[in-house]
Every structure is written in C-alpha cells, then in structure tokens.
Design a protein around this ligand. Structure first.
Ligand SMILES: Cc1ncc(C[n+]2csc(CCOP(=O)(O)OP(=O)(O)O)c2C)c(N)n1
Ligand SMILES: [Mg+2]
Length: 400
C-alpha cells in the first residue's frame, strides 16, 4: 500500500490519530518501543494503530489528466474498447427500459452513470477468474462474453438467460443484496486449497456493505488471506436510502481495514482509475497477498430499477449536478484530447450499437416463452415430491 501510495502520490482521504502518518493499512500490535516512543495521544495513551485510505483518480470530468497515467493507458485500442463497452451498455440499458415499459421485459436495473465501474473491473480480470456480480453489473457480464439476448432472457424471467456464453464458472446475477459475498469467499477458498492462481471478483452496492453477509465474507477472506477482490459500487443510494443513512463510516473502503486488508477508494466515473485499481488488487490477490477492497465512488443517475421513481425521494438538481461527472463524456473528452477518437468514430459506434442491440432484441423475442412447468427446474437437484406433482399438473399430465 505504501508503495502504491507513493507511486500515485494520491491525497490522504482519511486518517485517524493526531500524529503524523507512519504506517499504511497496517498496525503494530506489539506495543514495541517505537510505538511507545511516538507522541502520546489523548490522556497520555500511546497510539497503537493508524490507518489510511487512498483515493485514486486520473481523469478530470473535462477529460484532462490529474496525474501520470498507468501503463495500460498508452494502449489506444484498449481505451477505445473500454469506451465502446460503456457506450454499448448505455444503449442496451435504454432499450431494456423501453422493452419493460412496453410489457416485454420484467424489472430491470440500469447502470446509468456507473458504466465505468463494471466495465473497468471486468477488463482487468482473466478469463479463468470468477465474477460474482450483483443485479446491476451488466457491463461486467457483457465484457466477459455474455450475450445481450441472454441478459434480456434473464430479466424476462427465463432461466435460459443464466445458461450464458460468458465463462461457465462465473456466477449469475445476484438479486438478494450481498449474498454473493460469502459465495465469493468460498470460491476464493477453493482456489487457495487447489493452489490455483485465480481470483474471485465480487461486486455489490453501498447498501450491501451494511449486510452481515458482506462483513462475514470479508472477515473470513482476511483471516484466510483469500484471493478475492470485493468491489463496492458506491452510487450514493440503496433504492431510496441515501449514503448518509446507510453508514456513519467516512468511506466504505475503510471497512476493509477492520477485516485486515487494504481498502482503496477510486473515482468510479474514471474508467482508467477503476481499471488501474482493479489491476493492482487482482494482481495482489493472485500473488497470494490476500483480499482487497475497492470502493468505486459514483452516482446512480437513473431510477433504482424500472419499478422505482427516484424523483419521489431526491431532488432533480442533485441529479443534474452529477451528470457533469458522468463517465462516458469524460472518457470521450480524454480520447478526443489524445486524438484517438473522432466524430466519425462516434457516429460509427452509435450505428454499431444500435444494430447490435436491435439484433439481440429480435433474438430474445424470437426465443418465445417457456413452458410454465419449467418454473420448477433449476431449483433442486432432486425435485421434492410435492413439486413433482405440481409440475406434472402444470404440464397437463393429470394430478400426478
Ligand atoms: C437481502 C435483500 N434485502 C433487500 C432486498 C431489496 N433490495 C433490492 S436492491 C436494494 C438496495 C441495494 O442498494 P445497493 O446495495 O446500494 O445497490 P444498488 O441498487 O444501489 O446498486 C434492496 C434493499 C434484496 N434484494 N435483498
Ligand atoms: Mg447503491
């Protein structure tokens, strides 16, 4: 962490204790002389632990650069592919909402304003790593090869969507808040036992960080030094609950410190920062250094889902102000400054996205509804007798 902090020259976001910072994300349990000799805290008691949380940002909202860029940022084609993935996701979201509004899709959660998080994180993963996403991480699934029509099938209530084209070991969307975190610790524990150089990447929201599942998973991962990266997308809202009512903690990243590992906060509207933080964290986890936690600071510009109307609980001015920071315009401004993205590229991309999304919708609609009795499938290895009878009945095979 110290090394990373020096390389980044990032500001200290949070620290405790009145004395200068001497350690980073670690504490001295020994009560040794050097600790005792440090300046005494209140009441003459020695300070025995002191922590820092770093904040990472490279691109300003106008696309200018705040600090030296990480190595991958010199790869113009990688930057363009990150941009393309974010634009595709925004187009896909828009269409998915239109499908829901016209009765052709179930509840859907858009990524509006947070596209840089799921795309940036997934872009730093290897194929053999395992993604454990929340319901809002479409961008990560698409990056890893899940087809758009498969995502539509899932949100259309069709389990065939979970039989996806992405890496077969990846987990499906997790709708229960935070329950993917203990699964991630379990996956990482398996990697460790098998001595496989693979990493579990677990994504959830700010609201999920208040769940016992998340704390318990982080604690277990810290104790066993598991190869897992926890990513909290802090979009400031958990449906209608604002962050200030979610936690009294100054950052979400500092929650990792209690579990014994590094937590870093990144500007989640800066895809370069998200990818760089993910690269560092995933490499450390793969290297046997244990878990990491990334808090991606962003803003949910849209409603929670298509079942929500956010104008009932947050002022329009707040949302408008946050549009100035959004990730797609920011990256486009940066790419334009670097002369690696033109108006013609933009027009071509818009046409490509339109075509790709429309073709996926056609395939989704052509898949047609499943037989009603399939609702019993994929729940149990052996269907309990009571459901066997109900399944038969629905299938028109008599009372069973
Ligand atoms: C265990 C559980 N409790 C409650 C819910 C209802 N619920 C769905 S989303 C949500 C808020 C989650 O907020 P956050 O973790 O910040 O994620 P975001 O929706 O902002 O991406 C809640 C309470 C749920 N799905 N699962
Ligand atoms: Mg949230």
């Amino acid at each position: 962490m110290q090394q990373m902090a020096m390389r980044l020259g990032a500001p200290i976001l949070h620290c405790s204790g009145p004395t200068p910072i001497t350690s980073c994300g670690t504490h001295n349990r020994s009560g040794s002389d050097d600790v005792a000799s440090k300046k005494m805290a209140d009441g003459g008691l020695p300070v025995i632990a002191r922590f820092e949380v770093r904040h990472r940002n490279y691109l300003a909202p106008d696309g200018s650069i705040n600090r030296p860029l990480p190595a991958f940022a010199s790869d113009a084609s990688l930057l363009a592919s990150l941009y393309r993935a974010m634009v595709l996701l925004r187009n896909f979201d828009r269409k998915a909402v239109a499908l829901q509004r016209t009765g052709r899709l179930g509840t859907y959660a858009v990524s509006l304003g947070q596209e840089a998080v799921s795309v940036g994180i997934a872009s730093a993963m290897r194929e053999e790593d395992v993604l454990l996403p929340s319901y809002r991480d479409n961008g990560a699934l698409i990056w890893r090869g899940v087809k758009l029509e498969e995502i539509l099938l899932f949100w259309g209530g069709d389990e065939r969507g979970n039989h996806f084209s992405g890496p077969v070991q990846d987990f499906p969307f997790c709708v229960p808040v935070g329950s993917q975190a203990p699964h991630a610790a379990g996956v990482a524990y398996a990697f460790k036992l098998r001595k496989q150089p693979r990493v579990a990447v677990c994504m959830f929201g700010d609201g999920a960080t208040s769940k016992g599942d998340v704390y318990e998973a982080m604690n277990f991962a810290g104790v066993h030094k598991l190869p897992v990266v926890f990513v909290a997308t802090n979009n400031q809202w958990a449906i209608s609950v604002p962050l200030r009512l979610q936690t009294a903690s100054e950052t979400l990243a500092q929650k990792a410190i209690a579990a014994g590992f590094i937590g870093e906060q990144v500007d989640g509207s800066d895809v370069v920062a998200v990818r760089a933080a993910a690269e560092d964290a995933i490499a450390a986890a793969r290297d046997g250094q244990g878990p990491r936690f990334i808090e991606a600071l962003t803003y949910r510009l849209g409603d929670h889902t298509t079942s929500d109307d956010a104008s009932r609980y947050r002022p329009e001015e707040e949302v408008q102000a946050r549009w100035k920071e959004e990730p797609i315009a920011r990256l486009r401004a940066f790419l334009a400054r670097q002369k690696i993205w033109s108006k013609a590229d933009e027009e071509q991309l818009a046409a490509e996205c339109h075509e790709r999304v429309e073709a996926a919708v056609e395939r989704y609609l052509a898949a047609g509804p499943r037989e009603a009795e399939t609702m019993f499938d994929h729940l149990y290895a052996d269907l309990p007798e009571v459901y066997v009878a109900q399944r038969r009945q629905l299938a028109g095979e008599g009372d069973g």
